[in-house]
Design a protein around this ligand. Structure first.
Ligand SMILES: O=C([O-])CC(=O)C(=O)O
Ligand SMILES: [Mg+2]
Length: 542
């Protein structure tokens, strides 16, 4: 990259390009060649020392949001130092660049704003989207992460403030799975926002209008999707944090047409399936014998239910039997056949039972062995709920995936304490380890970042025509297979984040194998897939 571009650039231009800037690490010869002499302090440093300085500085910033701001600034000065820093300690930095701190960064987006990132697509660009996409300087875009901001994490509609999410998601493609950063493009698809408080905030940076109606959104999306095909023909579209019904509709419309996926539906489903598989390995049980209860039936909840059902079918259950092992409960109560407000994703799980709006009563009727909270209802899993779950299973599995932290259905400490140490627990954010009666419990983080960076890496190397649900099922099992007996002993449902790159490579390797076996891959099959992947990884170095 550097060799190709330096001939045209010199002096301050070089220093202001984060992808080629080495700052104080430019050698004497480079300083002479690039007309950098005098523009840098005389000391010549190496990357390790630059990273040490960053770590020292970060250590002095107590507030996590300000650590986030510092890191984003760093990325815009020197991409290599940024990724070297993040990849040196992923467990520490994932929660800062991503959930939960990114939630705070999104809420305050207009207030902490420094420089533009990615692309903003607005309604007035209708008819001109190819032109606008061509404004992006990188021509070989391989992934676009696009959000409307219509449902950011558990925060609801925050419009253009949602840009923090595609930025953060794509950073994790690189930080977790070493996908080269240059082909990653965050997009905020600004259809307006229903958030009046934001529209009245003088610092709000998006379109100050109510959201477009569904028909207009569909038309605008269609133009955007086709423009992406034309301008970036090798691009995979990653849909993120669109409003639930829109998310489901877009995925259904485009999944067989273009290379795309929805992380909230398929990525989240895959990671929960991975956690369930990990938990079942601990218990020595199989999925087809479980009863799975969903608290929250939006795009995440129904996406997980669909994948759980698909897996039950592969284990030999019939359609009806699989449906009967899954139940859902949303803000309006138990999803049952007398309800007439259900969407197509919820309908298969509406059983012929008596309606109740009481969660504990619904649990008593259904007797689940696994509960998945994707409700954004903070504290929805009360002590009574957890104690009730313990009546149906010695080791109930509890997934409380609503995020950020202040939206979680219950904390790890609550799950372990109320279940007297019996629960197998994971949340959408990482809770600290918890000791109860001398036993250490290690809660998992059931977050889609175990999945989508690996799917991204697999897609980057194998260039599949399409991504199907099977890719996400394969990824889920690859993650679950990484839990060794010692980790099982501590109740771990997910691999450790210390070694996230290794985990994502293992997952990507399995997904790539599947892509070749199923004929999805569009490149020649290499002799050794893992080796071949390793040869294409991004490494932060000069
Ligand atoms: O970003 C995360 O942490 C998980 C996610 O996709 C969401 O909550 O929408
Ligand atoms: Mg999301």
């Amino acid at each position: 990259m550097f060799e190709q571009t330096t001939s045209a650039l010199s002096g301050r231009q070089v220093l202001s390009r984060a992808d080629i800037n080495k700052g104080t690490a430019f050698s004497i010869a480079e300083r002479q060649d690039l007309h950098l002499e005098g523009l840098l302090p005389p000391s010549i440093e190496d990357l390790d020392l630059q990273v040490k300085r960053v770590l020292e500085h970060l250590g002095e910033i107590k507030d996590e949001l300000h650590q986030y701001v510092y890191l984003i600034d760093l990325e815009e000065r020197n991409q290599t130092v940024f990724y070297k820093t993040i990849m040196s300690d992923p467990k520490r930095f994932i929660p800062i660049l991503y959930d939960p701190v990114v939630a705070d960064a999104c809420l305050k987006f207009g207030h902490i704003y420094r420089r533009p990132r990615g692309l903003y697509i607005t309604r007035d660009m209708k008819g001109r989207m190819t032109e606008v996409l061509r404004n992006w300087p990188e021509k070989d875009v391989r992934f676009i992460c696009v959000t409307t901001g219509g449902r950011i994490l558990g925060l609801g509609d925050i419009g253009a403030n949602g840009m923090g999410i595609p930025v953060g998601k794509l950073q994790l493609y690189t930080a977790c799975a070493a996908v080269p950063p240059e082909g990653l493009l965050p997009v905020l698809f600004d259809i307006g926002t229903s958030n009046e408080q934001l529209r009245n905030d003088p610092y709000y940076l998006g379109t100050r209008e109510a959201p477009l109606g569904e028909e207009d959104v569909d038309e605008l999306t269609e133009e955007f999707v086709q423009a992406v095909q034309e301008v970036f023909p090798n691009c995979c579209l990653h849909f993120e944090d669109w409003k639930g019904t829109q998310a489901i509709r877009m995925l259904n419309r485009y999944k067989d047409q273009i290379l795309c996926y929805n992380d909230d539906i398929q990525g989240t489903a895959s990671v929960v399936l991975a956690g369930i598989a990990g938990g079942l390995n601990i218990k020595g049980e199989v999925l087809k014998d479980q009863r799975v209860f969903f608290y929250g039936a939006g795009s995440a909840g129904t996406g997980i239910a669909k994948l759980v059902k698909a897996e039950m079918l592969t284990q030999g259950l019939g359609e009806e039997e699989a449906n009967s092992r899954i139940a859902m409960f949303d803000v309006d109560g138990l999803i049952c056949s007398t309800r007439n407000d259900l969407n197509e994703a919820q309908a298969p799980f509406a059983h012929n039972v008596e309606y109740t709006s009481d969660l504990v009563e619904a649990l008593r009727m259904f007797k689940p062995t696994i509960i998945v909270g994707a409700s954004t209802h903070a504290g929805g899993f009360t002590q009574e709920v957890v104690e009730t779950l313990c009546e149906f299973s010695d080791q109930p599995m509890i997934f409380a995936i609503s995020n950020p932290t202040f939206k979680v259905e219950c904390t790890a400490e609550q799950a372990y304490t109320w279940s007297k140490g019996q629960a197998l627990f994971a949340a959408g954010v990482q809770f600290p380890d918890f000791e109860l009666n001398g036993k250490l419990h290690r809660p998992g983080q059931a977050n889609n970042f175990y999945i989508y960076p690996a799917i991204g890496l697999a897609t980057y190397v194998a260039k599949p025509k399409r991504l199907n649900d099977e890719c996400f099922i394969v990824a889920a099992h690859a993650v679950a297979d990484q839990i060794n007996p010692e980790m099982r002993e501590q109740g771990m449902l997910f691999p450790s984040q210390d070694n996230i790159l290794e985990s994502e490579i293992q997952t990507a390797t399995k997904v790539v194998e599947y892509m070749f076996d199923s004929g999805l891959a569009q490149v020649e099959r290499p002799a050794d897939i893992r080796d071949w992947i390793e040869g294409q990884l991004y490494t932060p170095k000069y």
